[in-house]
Design a binder for this molecule. Sequence first.
Ligand SMILES: Nc1nc2c(c(=O)[nH]1)N[C@H]1C(S)=C(S)[C@@H](COP(=O)(O)OP(=O)(O)OC[C@H]3O[C@@H](n4cnc5c(=O)[nH]c(N)nc54)[C@H](O)[C@@H]3O)O[C@H]1N2
Ligand SMILES: Nc1nc2c(c(=O)[nH]1)N[C@H]1C(S)=C(S)[C@@H](COP(=O)(O)OP(=O)(O)OC[C@H]3O[C@@H](n4cnc5c(=O)[nH]c(N)nc54)[C@H](O)[C@@H]3O)O[C@H]1N2
Ligand code: SF4
Ligand SMILES: [Mo]
Length: 753
Amino acid sequence: MSTHHTACILCSRNCGLLVEVENEQFKKIKGDDDCPSSKGYICQKAARLTHYQSHSDRLTHPLKRTSDGSFVSISWDQALDEIAAKLKSIKSQYGGKAFAFYGGGGQGNHLGGAYNQQLLRVMGSRYRYNSLAQEKTGDFWVNGRMFGSQKCHTTEDVEHADYLLVIGANPYQSHGIPSARDTLKHFKNDPAKTLVVVDPRKTETAKMADIHLQLKPGTDAYLMSAMLSIIVREGLHDEDFLRTRCQGFDAVKAELLKVPVEQYVQMADVPIEAVYQVARGYAKAQRGCLRIDLGIQQSLNSTLNSYLEKLLFLVTGNFGIHGGNNLHVGLMPVITDSDERKPSTVRTVRHGMFPISALYPPNLLADEINHDHPDRIRALFVDSGNPASTIADTGKLEEAFKKLELMVVVDVAMTETARHAHYVLPAASQFEKTEATGFNLEFPENYFHLRHPIFEPTGDALPEAEIYTRLLEKMGAVPKRYPVLSFIAKHEPKATGHALFMGALALKFLKQSRLKQAPSSVLYRTLGQAMGPLGSAAFLLPLSIVFAKAHPAAVRRAGVQAPSWKLGYELFQRILNSPQGAVVSRHEMDDTWSLIAHADKKIQLADPELIQLLVQLPQQHIDQTCDRFPLVLMAGERRSYNAQQIYRNPAWRKQDPHGALRIHPDDAQKYGLQNGGRAMCESEAGRIEVHVEVDEQTRPGFVTLPHGYGMRFQDSAPIGPQINRLTPNTRRDPLTHTPYHKYVPVNLLPIAA
Ligand SMILES: Nc1nc2c(c(=O)[nH]1)N[C@H]1C(S)=C(S)[C@@H](COP(=O)(O)OP(=O)(O)OC[C@H]3O[C@@H](n4cnc5c(=O)[nH]c(N)nc54)[C@H](O)[C@@H]3O)O[C@H]1N2
Ligand SMILES: Nc1nc2c(c(=O)[nH]1)N[C@H]1C(S)=C(S)[C@@H](COP(=O)(O)OP(=O)(O)OC[C@H]3O[C@@H](n4cnc5c(=O)[nH]c(N)nc54)[C@H](O)[C@@H]3O)O[C@H]1N2
Ligand code: SF4
Ligand SMILES: [Mo]
């Protein structure tokens, strides 16, 4: 028996775990008290990680699809030789635009991203599609305008807040904030703290709240505008903060004063006194904090929602303070900047869509594959995602997949997407390789957790670092050996802290500039080889050096001590030597201002495109239901027993085996439905059968189906609802094309027992 530090890989929190292992199996899983970010916290899902690590649908060998649709096992060499040849022929015939990449990292696996993005570069393509562009790109785009770069991402210091406003999020189930349930309990039990929840359903989080505004779905833009209007009308805005830290408040104020408060609150259908109470309470709070998520990011007016949400914490000055909202740093840059106004912007062929944070919207992927233009997408790599289940309009996507000349899936399990691929490549699981999270979004303290491998890879599975490096070698994009670099990496004394190696590497890139397309693979084959099992993390060395150079005082405050030239190296060593996770920087609150990317270090409140969204609000439809589809479906609710597409074996669930549709008793009666009965749920995109759960907590007119169901297991039929058969890819934000998953007009018809 052995004990290991690792982390849960089911959600972005990546809580630290201490696991006992026996006979290549998890024996015991508990929260790791030594993990500096989660400090022992876990939720009920982590103890079942065996359902991810070892199950019968794990991929064990590279597979190739045959003409009759079945798969045969082939060797790695055959698979990668054939894929390399096909990629090269597609590139030479059609150019880089014919290639797209989907996914590239999930809830806990972000090292692979450093390797797979090299393939895009080598193919000469910019088309990275990723789930973040199903939720967060509206937010990133607004950040670009307000803070000067899409890299400027805001976070929330929930734990130290005394007034927490949660809009469109259910952290009790979905987490996303540190130690969510404990933190919420503090709010519930501490009379000095106030919790407000804005949600059409009385969720587990709403039940703990002092005030719950059970608004009409899709009306948050009206509610937030009304709150902002009340705040400026009553002079509750933070004059001092707005003058010293922001630009453009007067223009915003002029628009907010025009808001018809009563009318907007009526549209949201919540009590007006409660809205005044919340607007005043939040504005006057010492430490007011705002937490938002998919409820406003995947519903009507989502980009405007992202703007209004930020105005709420900026206008009230709840920014750059303990217990407020803040900008943050990060060692591994998951969010990048791609300002579409730059001439170098590459747009998609069919929709002319630009990238946001270098990501293209999944909502458009099927259309960009399935059309007649010679520059359409012809080859697709999918890694760490299951788009056949998770992108809007599954039916359209399945049609599009048939048009691909090459489709390759890299996954740990046989997914719904993999079933459509020409080649399926088995990745080592996140407990069988070195891995790390990229979602370290904390401020003022930031962490990094490099997890060490615990098990041997299953069958022939390989880590992504090895898969992509081998593929690039076979494509002739990188050499296999680097004798000089490897020699230096192996023999460099500790005293020079990899400085000689970095110097030699820079020289190599200077001489052979095409290697700059694949720096992670070069590091992996040289320094990585000298690092043993942690070799795929070699690319963290230059990132650590850059990070230490940018934030030397914060890195030193975190306890890393070394002269400036060696600080990055020491930080790298700390990361390698901290299997329980490491603190990498400790900032001072005032560092927030230096993180703003605008040259004047001020926040731009009144970008004309943002103001325009606000001005246009009165022209938007507040109700998109109709006689044919009279109910609003939230397609994709986080519950106790869903975890993305990660746990495939249904045996992990203690309840809700069917992933039932929740409906208010009055609606159940109206539509002739019974608790435990079945119904046909239909939308303009498709229809699926669902199980009915009558639920007092949801708002009449609003029904919910869970995220994270609809997978097949051991060749079974789909288990639970395949929600994206119901979501049309046309219902989306007009600017960013993020889907309205939380607002799908549907109808329900009873199915006789
Ligand atoms: N258990 C579990 N946890 C998860 C995941 C999982 O699969 N399972 N997935 C993870 C991922 S990838 C993400 S992105 C997060 C998402 O986390 P959340 O966004 O917190 O989760 P959701 O349940 O999708 O939606 C949040 C809330 O939005 C509400 N809502 C729906 N429509 C509206 C509306 O019009 N206005 C408002 N104000 N609220 C509305 C819903 O009732 C719901 O309570 O969860 C993460 N955590
Ligand atoms: N209707 C509707 N659709 C939604 C949502 C919704 O609320 N409603 N939510 C959206 C959101 S917020 C998100 S984040 C997406 C999530 O959807 P996806 O982006 O598709 O991601 P996951 O469901 O997390 O799937 C992760 C995949 O990675 C695989 N995997 C796990 N570990 C590894 C590894 O180490 N290497 C490799 N190569 N693969 C691995 C798993 O087997 C699984 O197939 O769904 C989106 N889709
Ligand atoms: S599911 Fe999320 S909150 Fe729960 S233990 Fe895993 S990482 Fe932590
Ligand atoms: Mo997500």
